[in-house]
Design a protein around this ligand. Sequence first.
Ligand code: PEP
Ligand code: MG
Length: 325
Amino acid sequence: LLEQYAALHDLPTVTRDGVALELHLNAGLLVDLPHIEETGAAGIGLFRTELQFMIASAFPRTNEQLRLYRAVLDAAGERPVVFRTLDIGGDKVLPYMRAVEEENPALGWRAIRLGLDRPGLLRSQIRAMLKAATGRELRVIFPMVSVVDEFDKARHIVERELTHLRRHGHGLPERVLVGVMLEVPSLLFQLDELLARVDFISVGSNDLVQFLFATDRGNPRVAERFDPLSPPALRALKLVADAANRHGKPVTLCGELASRPLEALALAAIGYRKLSVSPASFGPVKAMLRELDLSAAAALVEPLLADGASPASIRPRLSAFAEAT
Ligand code: PEP
Ligand code: MG
């Protein structure tokens, strides 16, 4: 699959009408790293750190985490990497961690909630990231933040760990950027407060759409019930892109939506300029973007999302547009 797109490797991700975009990769394990060179990605837009924990038979020690993070940064070279702190709980269980019985695990004690309640785990992870990034740039995001206060608390842990390393004479990263995953709808109504605090955001459309429509992303009976290419979802996503652009804060969309060409077209049309995709999708999405007349796509989409427009899926309109170009 990658071979077919090899010819695109050295070509820029620029639309037909000259708008530059950035295509990053989603990753989580060492085996993903060769894809950076293979695809020519702009960076790693989402590194899911829980995968190392999920394949281990016991909690990875700080040093084992550090080794992985260093390998990731080495592989990325000058390109940025966004590390996400542990997103466990919900559908992601660790076999060696005593499971907590919860009636609604997706809405339960997971991700940053668990991280803030068990700060030892979060601290060791952040320490490993800070050490791995000595002399380089570190970008960190926190999953499942639902109120800005959680971000403040999580950032405070990063600052404490930085102070600790400094005091003990350790090397430090050249720069630390701290952001959030935007994947809980409550953040849609705290965008100004959130964007005033963070260095950047990353939109997790998998969870955002799941929670917006109250449909389990992993349950095939309901997961396909609502089309993310419909005004309710696209308006929410546009709200985020507009707010981030207004605040001058970088925004990337790293959910699976970005990995499908027609969906990526819609995301570009509503203002996203950075997408993070799975390795297999990199070529197809890049090929589509290079063929895209973005201003025509934006002109098509705008009235379809305006007040009073039909709430039905705009997929047929987008498909027709894509086929005509
Ligand atoms: C998301 O929710 O869109 C996301 C990128 O994170 P994950 O799929 O790991 O929950
Ligand atoms: Mg998520």
